[in-house]
Design a protein around this ligand. Structure first.
Ligand code: HEM
Length: 221
């Protein structure tokens, strides 16, 4: 394994920057939410977070680690030349953070009294997304334990893409909110589901485009 400094091509930095940008909006919103929880000011909009802060604090802190570490895990050059960092970050940062993000999301879905616009449909979507994220992470771990590198990579891409629906949802909801105002229950469900579905679609495209490189890459996933 080369110990030389990896030269990361510009397009890979662009990929990392794009993924970080995608994460920044929900992470910034989450940081603002942490500030309001710390301030202890309870309004109808924030009461569930102030009354029961543990899951939302865990969720936001883990989302920060998950989204930032994950953005670098997928850079091909870093992955191939910094294999030790990739393994350390995956094992001790990304997978634990992903489990906490999905687990705390499911926890909030179970115990928080959501605003009326977050109806049953969105609750079901969140159950599915949280459980699938955990399942995809487990498949990613199981495949790397068997040294099945392409399959490991594919499942980790799916897990990251699905969890990061939180970022894409800003793009699938904000234009409509600006144009038409606050959504009703159906519009809100469609805007949120669109973020998750779009990310899963992009993940499948990326996974299929990676297939030719399997034959040429020794440690690439
Ligand atoms: C497995 C994936 C995820 C699930 C199932 C999930 C689920 C949830 C749920 C149920 C809530 C509470 C919503 C409310 O009470 O209004 C929430 C809040 C939040 N989530 Fe996630 N989430 C996931 C991933 C993420 C990720 C990856 C990020 C950030 C990159 C994120 C950022 C946030 C933020 C910022 C909030 C606070 C929203 C607010 O302040 O109103 N989530 N999430």
């Amino acid at each position: 394994m080369s110990s030389a400094q990896p030269r990361v091509p510009a397009r890979e930095w662009a990929l990392a920057a794009g993924l970080i940008l995608l994460a920044l909006v929900p992470v910034a919103a989450g940081s603002a939410r942490l500030g309001s929880i710390a301030g202890g000011v309870s309004t109808p909009e924030t009461a569930r977070f102030v009354d029961d802060p543990v899951p939302i604090v865990l969720h936001i802190v883990a989302a920060l680690v998950f989204s930032l570490v994950g953005a670098f895990q997928f850079l091909p050059t870093m992955r191939r030349r910094r294999t030790r960092w990739h393994m350390f970050a995956g094992r001790f940062l990304l997978v634990p953070a992903g489990v906490v993000v999905a687990g705390s999301g499911l926890w909030m879905n179970a115990v928080y009294t959501m605003p009326p616009v977050d109806g049953l449909g969105l609750a079901i979507s969140r159950w599915i997304v949280g459980i699938l994220t955990l399942a995809f992470l487990a498949l990613g771990v199981a495949n790397i334990a068997r040294r099945r590198l392409p399959e490991h990579g594919a499942w980790m891409i799916r897990a990251y893409a699905l969890a990061m629906g939180a970022g894409t949802q800003v793009l699938t909801s904000m234009p409509f909110i600006l144009a038409f105002g606050p959504p009703d229950e159906l519009a809100r469900l469609l805007q949120m589901d669109a973020g998750w579905i779009l990310n899963l679609f992009v993940a499948e495209v990326v996974i299929r485009r990676r297939i030719p490189s399997r034959r040429t890459t020794a440690v690439g996933v």
